[in-house]
Write a protein that binds this ligand. Structure first.
Ligand SMILES: *[C@@H]1O[C@H](CO)[C@@H](O)[C@H](O)[C@H]1NC(C)=O
Length: 330
């Protein structure tokens, strides 16, 4: 659990009984770039995603094809070996340090194995957390081009378009992960949801590409953006980091009984929660840390396929016992 405001802490207690979720990107009250023995990240004996992951994307709502292409390229970068260092795959290497009780590491292989277009908003534009499971159910039972229901090594990623409101979205969360219930979907499979925040709350969920209005401080440059988005859209570039955050956490804690800190499994602090707002060395206290700038001055910290660049938050490295990313200077 992160310090945010009393309001959010209150929300936490009220809302988090059923689902694990992630705090916003702009939440820098605490982070742990320095090595720390205070962090009590523990393994609770459950599985991690050790088998090659078949990722199934559900595009919920009306999506801009340019935004979809950016997200696909990001996801295709996880297992690509032909990308210069530091790459998305190099970033994932930190996540791979987590193992299960058989000693198996989290997999290096994530492949997009199916995509489903729920462009007709099957469950409307106001979604509860639980309705994500019904959306997955609809996608795997659709008459036209259903996704496979893969309980062995499937991972479902529900991405909602800019006009869709989701319970807690923009208030407490930018994305979350959990697992399906057999009564709703037929099997237990891990899934994650991430929303497009570009129109609803970029200052909260697309930090550091948009300035948080409620931060109480003016933007440093007087403009609205603090770091320009490497793929040209603050909403999508912000979403990339939230997707990375959720993939790291769902892989290390898919059934909410593997890797997390804190005593309370209903409010676990997971491997990316520990490093919110940190993207490079020296980060913390509202500074994202040292990242690279491309020729246009856009910020990034990893390379991806097709010459893409992305900015993804760091995750907790269990060996170094600190937040870490491949762009670290030490
Ligand atoms: C697997 O995890 C262990 C423990 O963190 C680590 O020492 C090892 O390097 C990891 N292997 C890979 C391939 O990441």
């Amino acid at each position: 659990m992160q310090k945010f405001t009393c309001y959010v802490v209150l929300l936490l207690f009220l809302l988090c009984f059923f689902q694990a979720f992630s705090w916003s990107q702009f939440n820098q009250g605490e982070n742990y770039e320095g090595s720390s023995d205070l962090i009590n990240l523990e393994y609770h004996m459950g599985p991690v995603l050790a088998s090659a992951i078949n990722l199934y994307i559900i595009w919920y709502g009306q999506w801009n094809p340019t935004h979809q292409a950016t997200i696909r390229d990001f996801l295709d970068s996880f297992s690509s070996s032909s990308v210069p260092y530091p790459s998305v795959a190099d970033w994932w290497d930190t996540v791979r340090l987590y193992t299960d009780q058989t000693g198996s590491n989290i997999t290096a292989t994530i492949s997009i194995s199916g995509e489903f277009y729920d462009s007709g908003y099957s469950h409307g534009v106001y979604l509860s957390r639980l309705s994500m499971q019904s959306i997955i159910k609809a996608a795997v039972t659709s008459h036209s081009r259903p996704l496979p229901l893969n309980p062995h090594n499937g991972l479902y990623l529900v991405l909602t378009s800019q006009d869709v409101q989701v319970e807690d979205f923009c208030r407490a969360v930018c994305g979350f992960h959990y697992f399906t219930f057999p009564i709703l979907v037929g099997v237990t499979v891990p899934y994650a949801w991430v929303g497009y925040s570009g129109t609803q709350c970029p200052g909260m969920c697309a930090y550091p590409f948009a300035w948080p209005k409620y931060s109480g401080k003016p933007p440093p440059t007087g403009g609205n953006d603090i770091t320009h988005a490497p793929n040209g859209d603050a909403g999508v570039d912000g979403m990339i980091s939230v997707i990375a955050h959720e993939l790291a956490e769902v892989s290390s804690n898919p059934l909410i009984n593997a890797w997390y800190a804190g005593e309370d499994p209903t409010a676990p602090t997971e491997i990316a929660d520990l490093c919110l707002g940190l993207y490079g060395s020296g980060g913390g206290g509202g500074y994202m840390g040292k990242v690279y700038k491309d020729a246009w001055g856009n910020g990034y910290n990893v390379h991806g396929v097709k010459g893409r660049r992305f900015l993804v938050q760091w995750v907790w490295n269990p060996v170094k016992r600190r937040c870490f990313g491949p762009n670290a200077m030490d």
